[in-house]
Design a protein around this ligand. Structure first.
Ligand SMILES: *[C@@H]1O[C@H](CO)[C@@H](O)[C@H](O)[C@H]1NC(C)=O
Ligand SMILES: *[C@@H]1O[C@H](CO)[C@@H](O)[C@H](O)[C@H]1NC(C)=O
Ligand SMILES: *[C@@H]1O[C@H](CO)[C@@H](O)[C@H](O)[C@H]1NC(C)=O
Ligand SMILES: *[C@@H]1O[C@H](CO)[C@@H](O)[C@H](O)[C@H]1NC(C)=O
Ligand SMILES: *[C@@H]1O[C@H](CO)[C@@H](O)[C@H](O)[C@H]1NC(C)=O
Ligand SMILES: *[C@@H]1O[C@H](CO)[C@@H](O)[C@H](O)[C@H]1NC(C)=O
Length: 496
């Protein structure tokens, strides 16, 4: 299943054309831009050390039905990459359509603040065939396989480095899933942690972001055929890491956090407490419940059951009920609002046997306003969903009334900004650019800034408030909305 029909393609096609042109009323402070570009280029050789590593308070790895591994992994000596490909540095500011729009606050340094990166759909360095060696994973197979080879992953990593340096350091990375294209990692094969993760984010060119711990979500591309979730979990510090202690990066696995396919993590950063809850949603994508679908893997079949669904819902509800954190966020790989497609719903193109998505939505959009943001990947774009309407997404899990607090944010442009990969109502959507979101939290405010290749200024800022009044949006968000999902490929849809 590679193409998803989109009912609103025509409606948004015109809007896309508009969004890609500079807005007529836009005013640009040329001096500010010139200074900023100089800063940006200077940031390629950063000297400021990262600050404020998070202090984990508790980790609650969840029980899983994943079978235990049976073979012992080979010891691997991970190496420090010499440099990012040279051309990517020069290209950085030329890629993408991000620009200074004047409405968001320019990034300013504050090294004593809670701040983290949300990025997704990364892991696109290795040739596709290297993934698992299956025809479905090869470059000959239609779909996004033919776009293997890095694309904008290095560039997006360099932008992340620059922005984190400019703002005075980031504390951790939330990775919203699809960690290794095309077909995940082969069981006990750790080579792609080197090629697709270490080589990109832990390099001499990325000193600010290199020490950051990553908290990982499992996506559909992590479970294809023999794609091994176990191996991604084992690479976590809690697992039996195959890293040789004598290798140059012996502690590297400590930065990779996937203690279980679903889990929660408490952060306490510069006085702000955050509970992050990660769900393993792929087994509840009913479109994959077809033996000819490449996501219908052993992992899917094993976990596509009501017990696993209910265990996660109970875990989610308990993690929220017991949380005393200032902010709780929830992350799963798939969009609920503002993305191109919703999944697993009754009455949709993919009728759900289970009520996983309805239960997730009810739990996070509850009247007690416990969840500040739902972060997803999957769509290769950045979007800020419009939770006030599901008019253009009749397949949404259940029509719900927005609780007036939660925001739905897509960050799935970590290696490839797919043009117009968002068809549903969005308050912001980037188009065709690699990018990520940076969250900055204080005891009063939780702010998401959207960054996209081409600029180190935010393209959109959404602010939520600890007192739970409705969020506010910067005016420039409107410049990026909405895209015309599925106006590409002759209306056939986007591939993800
Ligand atoms: C890893 O390094 C150790 C010693 O540092 C060496 O004995 C071993 O052969 C190396 N393994 C590989 C696969 O290169
Ligand atoms: C990168 O490329 C530029 C020209 O494109 C060249 O001047 C420079 O020496 C290169 N740097 C490295 C480290 O290769
Ligand atoms: C940095 O953020 C903290 C937390 O909000 C604030 O107390 C402090 O004044 C800020 N520092 C600067 C230099 O803006
Ligand atoms: C990204 O950078 C790594 C080095 O860290 C390099 O091996 C790889 O080829 C680069 N990818 C692209 C597409 O330039
Ligand atoms: C995938 O796993 C199955 C079951 O273990 C095995 O029969 C098959 O050969 C594996 N496929 C590849 C490409 O390794
Ligand atoms: C989904 O469909 C099932 C079976 O028809 C039904 O029992 C369940 O209540 C429905 N759930 C929602 C949220 O509509």
């Amino acid at each position: 299943m590679r193409a998803y029909a989109c009912v609103v393609a025509v409606l948004f096609a015109a809007a896309l054309a508009t969004a890609q042109q500079p807005a007529a009323s836009e005013t640009v402070d040329v001096n500010k831009v010139a200074t900023h570009i100089a800063d940006t280029i200077g940031a390629l050789h950063p000297t400021v050390p990262p600050t404020a590593t998070p202090s984990p308070v508790t980790t609650q790895p969840a029980a899983t039905t994943t079978p235990a591994p049976t073979t012992t992994p080979a010891t691997i000596n991970f190496t420090v990459p010499v440099a990012l490909a040279n051309s990517t540095q020069a290209d950085l500011l030329q890629y993408g359509t991000g620009k200074y729009t004047g409405d968001s606050e320019p990034p300013t340094a504050n090294s004593t603040i809670a701040r983290f990166v949300v990025i997704g759909d990364v892991g696109r360095q290795a040739p596709a065939e290297a993934s698992v060696g299956m025809p479905q994973c090869s470059t000959a197979f239609a779909g996004d396989n033919n776009l293997q080879g890095g694309l904008q992953q290095n560039e997006t990593a360099l932008l992340m480095e620059q922005v984190c340096k400019i703002v005075g350091g980031c504390s951790f990375v939330l990775n919203t899933g699809d960690n290794f294209y095309e077909c995940g990692v082969y069981p006990n094969d750790y080579s792609r942690f080197q090629s697709d993760w270490i080589n990109v984010y832990q390099t001499p060119f990325t000193p600010t972001i290199a020490p950051l711990p990553w908290f990982n979500v499992i996506g559909n591309h992590d479970i294809v055929i023999n794609g091994s979730v176990e191996t991604e979990v084992k690479f976590d510090t809690s697992g039996a890491s195959p890293v040789n202690a004598a290798s140059p990066l012996p502690s590297v696995t400590k930065l990779w956090n996937a203690p279980a396919p679903y889990y929660s993590k408490d952060y306490s950063i510069n006085g702000v407490t955050i509970r992050g809850i990660v769900l393993d949603a792929s087994p509840f994508i009913t479109a994959y419940n077809n033996p000819t679908n490449k996501y219908h893997s052993g992992y899917y079949v094993t976990n596509h059951n009501q017990a696993y669904e209910q265990a996660q819902i109970a875990f989610l509800r308990n993690a929220l009920a017991t949380s005393t954190a200032t902010y709780n966020f929830v992350s799963a790989h798939y969009p609920l609002f503002g993305g191109a497609t919703q999944y697993g719903a009754n009455g949709s193109a993919y009728p759900g046997e289970f009520n996983f998505w309805a239960d997730v939505l009810a739990s996070i959009n509850s009247a007690d306003k416990k969840v500040v943001t739902y972060f997803n990947g999957h769509d290769h774009s950045l979007t800020l969903g419009d939770p006030t309407t599901n008019a253009a997404q009749p397949q949404a899990p259940v029509p719900t009334v927005w609780n007036g607090y939660i925001t739905y944010q897509t960050s799935g442009a970590g290696s490839w900004g797919e043009p117009a990969d968002s068809c549903n109502p969005s308050l912001y959507s980037n188009g065709g650019n690699g990018g990520f979101i940076i969250v900055t939290a204080t005891s009063a405010q939780w702010r998401s800034d959207y960054y996209t290749l081409g600029s180190t200024y935010p393209q959109c800022t959404v602010t939520s408030y600890a007192d739970k009044r409705p969020p506010t949006f910067s005016p420039n968000c409107a410049l990026g909305k909405p895209n015309a999902c599925c106006s590409v490929n002759g209306g056939a849809g986007c591939y993800r």
